[in-house]
Design a protein around this ligand. Sequence first.
Ligand code: ZN
Length: 365
Amino acid sequence: MSVTWLPEAYDGQARSGRLNTPHGSIATPAFMPVGTRGTVKTIDTEDLERTGAEMVLANTYHLMLRPGSETVAALGELHGFMSWSGPILTDSGGYQVFSLEPAISEDGVAFRSIYDGSRVELTPEKAVAVQEELGSDVAMILDVLIGLPATRENTIVAMERTLRWAERALQARTRDDRSLWGIVQGGSDPELRARSASATAELGFPGFGIGGLSVGESPQARNRAVEAVVPELPESAPRYVMGLGDTEGILDCVSRGVDLFDCVLPTRLARHGKALSRGGDFSMKRAEWATNTDPIDAECPCVTCRRYSRGYIRHLLATKEFLGPRLLSIHNLTYTLNLMRRIREAIAEGSFAALCKEVTARRSA
Ligand SMILES: [Zn+2]
């Protein structure tokens, strides 16, 4: 497999390292901004590079429907299509498909396209084929998701089907220059989580997603699930908690040995006018900012904080100018990617626990 992870430093369970891919090497723990339709909403790839992003995620579900993976392939695969030269991870499409309540069988899932209502089938094999055509550095298997709350019985059924689909996905691979990762399921039950993790690890994947988290469970339940999974995974493989991107969640998971994250949170909050900040997150729409000349965060190196006042950004949001969500997206991503950089530095220095304390204290002050 062409994607490897090499450790650099340990601090307790937290670890830093390098993820090496066909499109370069990135430092972990890392956060991937989400480019749902081949674009991180409102910002371009040059903006993205300036936020400190090294790897991005794109959504197979949307791209297979529009413009279609063959069109993306004709435009130079995802890297050429988006003009992004760094590593790209694609999800399998399962998360979006399962939110549409598809018809599920042992073979796969069938659903109606949100674009034109046509019937679309997605199988473990097709999810691999589409992602290979998209040309992502890391592809994810199609897994079975369940709604919460779920019975233990339903959780087991979904988990076991995910394992069978994982084997089929491995068999369906045709590209050795790309990497396919497994996904651990098992709901909120630590025992099922551990069982799913060890069985997925036995299949020999070079990296592992931890799925089904950040879907409304408590932080304690999420932490217990991660604690059950990590010891069952090979030490040399990257661990990726899917769909998680809040400050406290990232710190909790890194301290339990997680290397990789993705989330729409920084850009979605930006489109709703919310700023992430070292002193705690807040709404930029508040009337009190109307004549405020301060930046969002005086310590932030992003272009938004270097050039624009809170008063100006509030005005852009109030008048629904496109620039408002764009400037806030740049800031929120810079905030999150800076957090990852500080985490990596702290792990290297052996001061990760102190960083967690400092970040948490300032945000709750
Ligand atoms: Zn900023």
